[in-house]
Design a protein. Structure first.
Length: 341
């Protein structure tokens, strides 16, 4: 079906657009009262993720409520480790937790990977098909995955962490095992994302949420190499690489085989432009906390952001929106972009 609003797709493909497109990372979630109501009636987060018609419903909620230029499929990056054999739990108010973790090569040998693992995620593909149908071409639909390094970090650490020192220790002490796991994750992610495109995803975003905790040399060896392989393996949709806090990798992303470079809020627009050039499509990068400001300040800062990137820009935050962000702030942000000319 032809898209009625294809602004994001055109911008991602490098076209000059009448205004920048806008959406928010984590827009489908707790900022919306309709999400909180539905979520509260269920057994937990995973029920929502694994029930395709409910995942489709919360994917569309921000399109209805905020009038953003894209929908992002409601899911989680941790469905990949689970499909490979490492199940996760989402502990209320704490976040992800893995009852079993990866510590040795034999733990890795027990995992399944590639197409065989990806096929297990039929509930995600079904959610995409339902969403696509219900959106009826209103806006493009974004599919996503964590990067191999970010997923390895959770699989070895077993939960969120400030330092991910167990996961980093694994890279220093068992580099061969790490590469083996990263290869298996890459194969699974490529199969998974191509299936997502087949099921209706119009664009793909890769989240390297923990990219910035690696040293620059480690980043090259354990993350960027695999992201490149994935970008080269995805067919039929533009790809955004969002490497959080990995500002040191910007020179590598200049000519990287992806369409859009996602930027976190610590990266000054001019700094990014100097390295990436004027025509590289960038996405970001307002501080999520600026949405706690008053309406006037939000409007001014949003206009300034658009001005600073000077085109080839997809407006977004520099990371996911925080759950307690006032909806009025989010709306002021979106509406300022939409009225930009
Ligand atoms: O962006 C969207 O609107 C789509 C949905 C989405 C979720 N997770 C839903 C979610 C996306 C794109 C993700 C990706 C994700 N998940 C990342 C990468 C992006 C990033 O934030 O860096 C990561 C690291 C995860 C792992 C994860 N899932 C964590 C650390 C948590 C707990 C933190 C929290 O906010 O509570 C989750 C849970 C999660 N994933 C929620 C949502 C809406 C909150 C769960 C709830 O409803 O209770």
């Amino acid at each position: 079906m032809k898209l009625k609003n294809d602004l994001l797709l055109r911008a991602a493909n490098g076209e000059v657009t009448e205004r920048p497109p806008v959406w928010l990372m984590r827009q489908a979630g707790r900022i919306l009262p309709q999400y909180r109501a539905l979520r509260g009636s269920l057994s937990g987060f995973k029920e929502l993720v694994e029930t395709p018609h409910l995942a489709a419903e919360v994917t569309i909620q921000p399109v209805d409520e905020l009038d953003v230029d894209a929908a992002i499929i409601f899911s989680d990056i941790l469905v990949i480790p689970e499909a490979m054999g490492l199940t996760y739990e989402m502990v209320e108010k704490k976040g992800p937790w893995f009852p079993n973790t990866i510590q040795t090569v034999s733990d890795i040998d027990r995992l399944i990977s590639g197409e065989k693992a990806a096929k297990d995620l039929e509930y995600v593909f079904e959610a995409l098909r339902i969403t696509k149908k219900e959106l009826a071409g209103r806006v493009p639909l974004i599919g996503f995955s964590g990067t191999p390094w970010t997923l390895l970090a959770y699989m070895v650490e077993g939960s969120g962490s400030k330092t991910f020192s167990k996961a980093k220790k694994f890279l220093y002490t068992q580099p061969e095992a790490a590469h083996r796991l990263l290869d298996m994750l890459s194969d699974t992610i490529i199969a998974y994302l191509n299936m997502k495109v087949e099921a209706g995803a119009d664009l793909i975003q890769l989240f390297d949420s923990w990219g910035g905790i690696l040293s620059p040399t480690q980043y090259q060896e354990f993350s960027l190499k695999y992201i490149r392989k994935i970008c080269e393996g995805i067919q039929g949709a533009p790809v955004t690489v969002f490497a959080k806090n990995a500002w040191f990798a910007l020179p590598d992303l200049k000519d990287f085989p992806c369409n859009v470079v996602g930027l976190d809020w610590n990266t000054p627009p001019q700094y990014a432009r100097n390295i990436l050039g004027e025509k590289r499509v960038v996405q970001g990068n307002a501080d999520p906390c600026f949405l706690y400001s008053n309406t006037k300040d939000i409007e001014n800062a949003t206009r300034q952001l658009i001005h600073d990137f000077a085109g080839h820009h997809i407006v977004n935050l520099g990371h996911g929106v925080y759950p307690d962000t006032p909806l009025d702030g989010v709306k002021a942000f979106v509406n300022t972009v939409k009225s930009f000319s």
